[in-house]
Design a protein around this ligand. Structure first.
Ligand SMILES: CC(C)(COP(=O)(O)OP(=O)(O)OC[C@H]1O[C@@H](n2cnc3c(N)ncnc32)[C@H](O)[C@@H]1OP(=O)(O)O)[C@@H](O)C(=O)NCCC(=O)NCCS
Length: 199
């Protein structure tokens, strides 16, 4: 099952989407080391915590159980491990699920990849795959994403996925991050806009 295929070679339920270069599969308890390593890089965590890594206990006790719970709560939603087909390597994750308090058909997109994977179009490729499945197969009506105004790479991924700027807003975060005085952005795309853009 490691390659996400069942015995007949058909994609299994563990695989959410395939792209040219990537497999998006469920995260499992075997991914603890992958998740700890991802969050151990201060550059990866810069725009999230100011660079502070996530302690292993937090991954084991809080983060992984929350990730696994999404698969139980919502079909088609969750955190998906991004796997590079050419190497089989874990690159990080994309998330696609309603934010706390949002309607079930309004999905929030997010992503976090290892630094070695940046700049190759992987976040865009993975995100477009989850949008595609969400709109086509799971009744998603709208997808939105949020990031800091100054997180240019993240905003660029949103734009390349066809999302448009909705608003700039200010919220309190536990960690001070350079540039946070400029606030956060929300981008969004509706199913109609996605269908029109992708034909
Ligand atoms: C955000 C992130 C997922 C992007 O991953 P990625 O695979 O490099 O993204 P892509 O290659 O698909 O696209 C990145 C785009 O941003 C651009 N970009 C990256 N850094 C940039 C910068 N500092 N200034 C301007 N543009 C930048 C790239 O050139 C590319 O755009 P292009 O294709 O038009 O050239 C990755 O940087 C990451 O994991 N960062 C740490 C976690 C994070 O910030 N997550 C988002 C929190 S909301």
């Amino acid at each position: 099952m490691q390659n996400g295929n069942d015995e007949e070679g058909a994609p299994s339920a563990a695989v959410f989407a395939e792209t040219k270069r990537l497999t998006l599969r469920r995260i499992t308890t075997d991914d603890v080391d992958n998740l700890v390593e991802l969050d151990a890089d201060p550059d990866v965590m810069f725009w999230i915590t100011g660079g502070r890594p996530t302690p292993r206990e937090e991954v084991v006790d809080d983060i992984l159980p929350a990730f696994l719970d999404y698969y139980r709560r919502y079909p088609g939603y969750g955190f998906w491990a991004v796997i590079e087909k050419s190497t089989g390597g874990f690159l990080g994750w994309v998330h696609f699920r309603p934010a706390e308090g949002d309607p079930a058909d309004d999905a929030e997109l997010g992503y976090r990849l290892k630094k070695s994977a940046w700049g190759k179009g992987y976040a865009t490729e993975a995100s477009r795959a989850v949008l595609d499945r969400g709109f086509a197969d799971f009744g998603v009506r709208r997808v939105h994403a949020e990031t800091m105004v100054v997180n240019t790479a993240s905003r660029r991924v949103m734009e390349k996925c066809g999302l448009s700027l909705v608003r700039i807003f200010h919220q309190d975060w536990p960690d001070h991050i350079p540039g946070d005085e400029h606030g956060d952005v929300e981008y969004a795309i509706t199913r109609e806009e996605w269908d029109a853009a992708t034909g």
